[in-house]
Design a protein. Structure first.
Length: 665
C-alpha cells in the first residue's frame, strides 16, 4: 500500500539562483546579500506565505526572513552572508489560514453576504495563530481578534473593515513556520570567499627587470625597492611570473629566437634546472630568506604577493630525471615538448596527467602549492589550467582551501567559454576574460551581459587585463595615449578585479614583434629590460587617480555587475555600478574613439541610479573634478580624448541640488 503523503499542500519550484541542480555552489564575498526567487503556490485560492531560510555550515540554527510576492505565484527574498565560509539555503512555503480566510472574506464582501459568524471565524484563526507566538506580537493578534467580533449590524461594517486591514501580515510573515510547510527540493549552497576575494587591483612585473643598474638583472632586493612605487600607484596585489630556476636546454633568446646567445636569461616559464624545480628560487633573484623579506615588505606596504603556478617543466627539471613517466614519450623515446602549432616550445615539457602514476603526481603538485602557502602566499595565478583535467583542479583547490580557506586561484585560461566557465565551477576564484579583444560598444555590452547572466553570473568572477606579457592587442600598437587611458578606465570600472602588466602599460609600450602580431618586441619573457619609471610620458599619475577612485568608492568594489545605459552615439559607452543600497552610485561614460571628440545624449535608467523621474541631480566627475547639473534621463555628454577620454561620474542624490537648467557633460 502506498503511504499517505505528508501534510504539506505547498509546491516550491524554479528556485533561483541555482547552478547545476545545486551540485555547484554560487559564489559570493563577505558582506554580500543573496537574492533568492522561487515559485510558491498551493491548490485553490488558499493564501500562501513564503520565506527563505539559511544556515552557516557548522551551526545548528537556521535563520529565516520573509519573502515578498511579485505576482503570478513568484516570490522574492534575500539573506546576508557577512562572513567567509559555506552556507546553505532553501525556500519554504505554507498555507496561511488567516490569508485564506481573508481572501474568502473579500469575495463575500463583494457579494454582500458577510455574516457575524464569518468575522468570528477570522477572529478564532487569529487567536489560534497567537498561541504560536510570544510577547507583543501575540498580544497584538489577540487584540485584533477581539476587535473583529461585532455585536450588531452597525458594528459589522466596522469589523469587516478592520478584518481586511493587512496590519497582521507583518507579524504573521515573520512567525515561525506552521504545520504543512513545503520546502524546495534540496538545500542549495553558497561559497563565500575571504575578504580579499571581493576586489583587487593587480600589477604584474618581472623581478629580473627591476634593477636600477642596466648592466645587471634585478634581484629580490631590487624588487623590494620597487614595491613602494607599486603601492603608491594604488595596487593591492603584486603578481610575479615564475621565480624558479630556468632550464638551459633549448633556451630561447631575445624575441623567442633560436639558438639563444650564451648570456640569454631564458623564459621563466621553462621551469627547473640543476638548482631545483617548483619549490626552488632562481639563484640570481636571491634565496628563500630574500623572498621572505620581500613578502614582509609587501605586507608592510599593504600589498599581497601572487605567484605564478605553471605546472610544466623544462627538460632540465629534476622531475624529468626522477619521474620520467610523468611525461609523454614519443615512439623514439624522446619526450614530447609543448606546442601550439605552428609554434613549438622545445624548452618546455608538458606534464602527462594520463600517467599511471597519477596519485604520486597529484600529491607532488599539491606539495608545490603547500610549500608556497607555508611561506605566506595566498594568491596563485594559474598558467593554462584548461590544459589540465578538471577533476585534478577540483581536488587540488578543494584540498588546499579546506586547509587554508583564504587561498585563492586566478585562472589564466583563454579558451572556449564553456571551459572557462567550468573552471569557475570546479573552484577557481577568478578568471582572465576576453576583455582584451572586446573593443567596440556592441562587443563590450554583449560580453558583459553574458558574464552577468544566468549561471555564469553566479559562479564566474571576471578579472580584466588590458595587456599581459603575451597580449599586445592591435588597438595599442598605434601608441595613442587615449587608447591606454580609456582601456584603463574600462578595466578598472567594469569589474571588481583588474590588472595591468607594467611598467609596459604606464610607459605606453606598444611595439609589436611584427606588424599586426599580438606579441611585444623585446619581450620580457625572453630578456631583461630596464625601465625608466620617471619618463615624462608615463601614465602613472592617471593610474594612481583611477586606483584611488576604486579604493574610495564601494560601488567599484562590490560584486554587482555593470548596468548599461543607452546613449545615442556608437563611439560612446555608458554603464553604472552601485552598492546594493544605492548609497554609492557611479556612472561611467567612455569615448571609444581615440582620435576624435565624441558627443551624445543619454537615456538613463534613473531607477537604477536611484534618481526620481524628472528630478534635477548632480554628477561629479571624479577624473576632472567638474560638476554637472542634469535633469531626468536625457543629458548631453561630450568627451575629448586629448583630455580624459572618460567620465567617472558620482551620482549625487537629488534634494540638495538647486533648481537650474540641465547642464552639459
Amino acid at each position: 500500500m502506498v503511504p499517505v503523503p505528508g501534510p504539506s499542500r505547498i509546491a516550491v519550484e524554479d528556485v533561483w539562483p541555482v547552478v547545476d541542480d545545486g551540485r555547484v555552489p554560487i559564489q559570493r564575498v563577505p558582506g554580500d546579500t543573496v537574492e533568492v526567487f522561487a515559485t510558491v503556490f498551493a491548490e485553490g485560492s488558499n493564501g500562501v506565505r513564503a520565506s527563505v531560510r539559511w544556515q552557516r555550515l557548522g551551526r545548528r540554527e537556521w535563520e529565516r526572513l520573509p519573502m515578498e510576492p511579485l505576482g503570478n505565484d513568484r516570490w522574492r527574498g534575500e539573506f546576508p552572508v557577512p562572513d567567509p565560509g559555506e552556507y546553505r539555503y532553501e525556500v519554504e512555503g505554507w498555507v496561511d489560514p488567516y490569508l485564506s480566510w481573508r481572501s474568502l472574506l473579500d469575495r463575500r464582501v463583494a457579494a454582500g453576504s458577510v455574516t457575524p459568524l464569518d468575522l468570528e471565524e477570522g477572529a478564532e484563526i487569529l487567536r489560534s495563530l497567537a498561541t504560536r507566538l510570544r510577547g507583543p506580537a501575540a498580544e497584538k493578534l489577540r487584540a485584533r481578534a477581539a476587535a473583529m467580533r461585532p455585536a450588531a449590524g452597525a458594528e459589522l461594517a466596522q469589523a469587516v473593515q478592520l478584518a481586511r486591514d493587512p496590519a497582521p501580515d507583518a507579524i504573521l510573515a515573520t512567525a515561525p513556520p506552521r504545520v504543512g510547510v513545503g520546502r524546495s527540493a534540496a538545500a542549495l549552497r553558497v561559497s563565500v570567499g575571504p575578504p580579499h576575494a571581493q576586489h583587487s587591483a593587480w600589477y604584474e612585473l618581472f623581478p629580473r627587470s627591476t634593477s636600477p643598474d642596466p648592466t645587471r638583472p634585478g634581484t629580490f632586493r631590487d624588487l623590494r625597492a620597487r614595491l613602494a612605487y607599486i603601492a603608491d600607484l594604488g595596487f593591492d596585489v603584486v603578481y610575479l611570473p615564475p621565480i624558479h630556476p630556468i632550464g638551459r636546454s633549448h633556451r630561447r633568446g631575445p624575441n623567442n629566437t633560436l639558438p639563444a646567445p650564451p648570456n640569454a636569461p631564458g623564459s621563466p616559464w621553462a621551469i627547473g634546472a640543476a638548482e631545483g624545480g617548483h619549490t626552488a628560487i632562481h639563484p640570481e633573484l636571491g634565496d628563500i630568506e630574500e623572498f621572505r623579506a620581500t613578502l614582509s615588505e609587501a605586507k608592510r606596504l599593504g600589498l599581497m604577493v601572487a605567484l605564478d603556478l605553471a605546472f610544466q617543466c623544462s627538460p632540465d627539471h629534476p622531475w624529468v630525471r626522477e619521474h620520467p613517466n610523468w611525461f609523454h614519450h614519443l615512439p623514439d623515446g624522446s619526450i614530447r615538448p609543448a606546442e601550439n602549432p605552428p609554434k613549438k616550445y622545445d624548452d618546455i615539457y608538458p606534464i602527462d596527467f594520463s600517467t599511471d602514476d597519477a596519485p604520486a603526481l597529484w600529491k607532488a603538485l599539491k606539495e608545490v602549492v603547500d610549500f608556497w602557502v607555508a611561506e605566506g602566499v595566498r594568491w596563485f595565478r594559474v598558467d593554462n589550467p584548461h590544459t589540465k583535467p578538471f577533476d585534478f583542479w577540483h581536488w587540488l583547490i578543494a584540498e588546499v582551501r579546506r586547509e587554508h580557506p583564504d587561498v585563492l586561484f586566478l585562472a589564466e585560461a583563454f579558451t572556449r567559454p564553456t571551459v572557462m566557465y567550468h573552471l569557475a565551477k570546479v573552484g577557481f576564484t577568478h578568471s582572465y576574460t576576453y576583455f582584451a579583444w572586446r573593443t567596440s560598444k556592441p562587443e563590450l555590452e554583449e560580453y558583459f551581459r553574458e558574464l552577468s547572466s544566468g549561471t555564469v553570473g553566479e559562479t564566474f568572477r571576471p578579472h580584466l587585463w588590458p595587456n599581459t606579457p603575451d597580449i599586445l592587442t592591435v588597438q595599442f600598437q598605434s601608441g595613442q595615449r587615449s587608447v591606454f587611458l580609456h582601456r584603463l578606465v574600462l578595466a578598472a570600472t567594469l569589474a571588481s578585479h583588474y590588472g595591468i602588466y607594467g611598467p609596459a602599460y604606464e610607459l605606453l609600450e606598444h611595439a609589436p614583434l611584427e606588424p599586426g602580431h599580438e606579441e611585444y618586441r623585446d619581450s620580457e619573457k625572453f630578456e631583461v629590460r630596464h625601465w625608466v619609471l620617471d619618463d615624462p610620458k608615463s601614465l602613472a599619475p592617471q593610474v594612481r587617480q583611477v586606483n584611488r577612485i576604486r579604493k574610495e568608492h564601494p560601488a567599484l568594489r562590490s560584486g554587482r555587475r555593470p548596468v548599461f545605459h543607452s546613449i545615442d552615439n556608437g563611439a560612446l559607452i555608458a554603464f553604472s555600478r552601485r552598492t546594493a543600497d544605492r548609497s554609492d552610485v557611479l556612472l561611467v561614460v567612455v569615448n571609444l574613439d581615440p582620435g576624435s571628440v565624441q558627443s551624445g545624449w543619454t537615456a538613463l535608467d534613473l531607477r537604477e541610479l536611484g534618481v526620481p523621474d524628472g528630478a534635477l541631480f548632480e554628477v561629479h566627475d571624479l577624473l576632472s573634478g567638474e560638476v554637472y547639473r542634469w535633469h531626468g534621463a536625457r543629458n548631453f555628454v561630450r568627451l575629448d580624448p586629448a583630455r580624459w577620454p572618460a567620465h567617472i561620474l558620482q551620482v549625487v542624490r537629488p534634494g540638495s541640488v538647486p533648481s537650474a537648467p540641465p547642464g552639459a557633460g
